[in-house]
Design a protein around this ligand. Sequence first.
Ligand SMILES: [Zn+2]
Length: 297
Amino acid sequence: MTDSTEHNLADQLHRFLFDADNVRGELVQLGPSFSAMIANHDYPPAVAELLGELLAATSLFTALLKFEGEVTVQLQGDGPVRLMVVNGDHRQQFRGVARISNPPGELTGLRALLGTGYLVITVSPTDGERYQGVVALDEESIAACLERYFSQSEQLPTSIWLFARASAPARAAGLLLQRMPVSASEQDDRGLEHLVLLTTTLKAEELLDLPAITVLHRLYHQEQINLFSPQPLTFVCGCSRKKSANALISLGRDDCEALLAERGEICIHCEYCNSNYRFTDADIEPLFGSGTRHGPH
Ligand SMILES: [Zn+2]
């Protein structure tokens, strides 16, 4: 069940079809969810913007799944940013984080920030085997890396546009066009090529700031487009005090007591949302039930 109490027009994913051309499309726009993801992290703007592009990309990728499950899209490299990861699921609930090893200064863009490395997509169906796809980070953008992933791994011609702006109001957005899987005899990419040509006129500020319907009308008003109801998208970290307590229980009583003796308290930090869960002696004791090891109590 999707909790859509925080209904916001900006945090939505739109799916559409060009039936005549065997092409599917997706358009995602992120406002508050992207702001929440970068809040309290002090990312340099270029890093936040790359994370916004990765968030939009993960949303587009997740929306293509035909089953329930989770997707993790990870960039790993030897540059100032050594890891950037966004994790999401079929309910369009996302979290993401960037790990910076050196201040990137004025550097911007995928190649400069990540250096040499890989984009790794991990798909974990709720029922079924997890699988992974890897492409080298030797394109200029996340969009270009993903396009290559689709042409290599799925043999589906795909075009992707990603934009993000870190300054307030922070926004990220993405658009995807992909030929539907069809039999070899039906393969004809002229429809897709025409739609891609129309879409390359799209400007960052249009996709970031205009209502999705306006963007689609501007681009495709001469095409026959079949638009489905939008799906809300949310930033959900998923961490909690209870989950942290469960992690401590699996760590075991001895290790917890050793940590407490060393530091006076155990602090579990969530990288994704910067929450801290603090546990003192009085919190730890009840986790392990009444069977104390230090004699009667
Ligand atoms: Zn968290």
